[in-house]
Design a protein around this ligand. Structure first.
Ligand SMILES: [Zn+2]
Ligand SMILES: [Zn+2]
Length: 335
């Protein structure tokens, strides 16, 4: 079988290797589709703090168990089962958490073996391409649960990438009154409007804090979802300043380093800063249901579908042509 290995930053090799043999408690999956995530991009450019080389990337995937003809997705979290948080069910923050496709070899390959208890069946009339979004939808569901009740609220979502656009749609399902979404790309803001955003603000053209105060006043924002991360503190400090006192800011974006933030205001305003990391199995099941019930439009997020061999080109499209490409799906078994 073919698989794509990242052996150093910006250096993929296509390998021909034996189809892996599942160990006890494992199952062999023929990978039908695998999404490229921001995490994969950071790893490709050598900017991810927790991914080392060589590695086969790819954690947003769907496929078939050929033996049983079952269509499946995989919750790609490998956990110790012994630490405090594993024992109380918060295994997403296991002390020894490993993500398939990040710390162990992933699904940019024609076949993969995974623990059987991480496999979820999907209906046969759900496309493999759509099913790759179950993982990022689960990320969004987990973040919304961290936010608490958002019914009737006005929220700000910072960042209209795949996760921001998914949280936008989920927040409507969970009953928010209004969503303000921000980005620096007009193409993404336009898409956000099509997907239900009430306001889409280009933060390159508009002073976000002033705009919020002028439009909604000092107490207008009930919660903020930060879906940008990166190596700057601009978004988090904006979040601290634009939201009403006593509210919650949920961090989903991955920050690449330690950053100074306005900690004095967090204390003074009784703000709650809440991190949100991946998901657990209940989020995953809920994601499958919401997608199957067509409550979330993922087809508008798919910018391109390419064979696995064109991975390098796909990575470049996502980084160099952000106006055009949001999510690219790779197909390892269709050539
Ligand atoms: Zn991802
Ligand atoms: Zn653990």
């Amino acid at each position: 079988m073919k698989r794509v290995k990242l052996i150093a930053p910006k250096r993929f090799i296509i390998e021909e290797v034996d189809i892996p043999k599942p160990a006890l408690n494992e199952v062999l999956i023929k990978v039908k589709a695998c999404g490229i995530c921001g995490t994969d991009l950071h790893a490709y450019y050598g900017e991810h703090p927790f991914i080392s080389y060589p590695i086969v990337l790819g954690h947003e995937f769907s496929g078939i168990i050929e033996e049983t003809d079952e269509h499946v997705v995989v919750e790609p979290l490998l956990t110790c089962g012994k630490c405090y948080n594993c024992k109380i069910g918060r295994y997403n923050i296991c002390n020894d958490l490993k993500v398939i496709g990040c710390q162990t070899d992933g699904a940019f390959a024609q076949y993969i073996t995974v623990p059987i208890n991480k496999v979820f069946s999907i209906p046969k009339d759900m496309s493999f391409e759509e099913a790759t979004f179950i993982e990022p939808i689960a990320v969004g569901i987990h973040a919304i649960k961290k936010a608490g009740d958002i019914k009737g609220e006005r929220i700000v979502i910072m960042g209209a990438g795949p996760i921001g656009l998914i949280i936008l749609q989920l927040s409507k399902i969970f009953g928010v009154k209004e969503v303000i979404i921000t980005d620096i790309l007009n193409s993404r803001l336009k898409l956000a409007k099509e997907l239900g955003a009430n306001y889409a603000i280009n933060v390159k053209e508009e002073n976000l804090i002033e705009w919020v105060y002028n439009t909604f006043g000092r107490d207008g924002i009930d919660k903020v979802f930060e879906c940008v991360g990166g190596d700057q503190n601009i978004t988090i400090n904006q979040a601290i300043n634009l939201t009403r006192k006593g509210t919650r800011i949920i961090l989903i974006g991955v920050f690449k380093r330690s950053l100074p933030i306005e900690i004095n205001l967090i204390q003074d305003r009784e703000l709650e800063i809440m991190g949100s990391l991946v998901y657990t199995s209940s989020d995953f099941s809920e994601a499958i249901n919401l997608l199957y019930m067509k409550k979330i439009n993922v087809n508008k997020l798919i910018s391109n579908i390419l064979p696995l061999e064109r991975i390098e080109e796909a990575m470049k499209m996502l980084v160099e042509e952000k106006e055009r490409y949001i999510k690219i799906i790779l197909k390892p078994n269709d050539t």
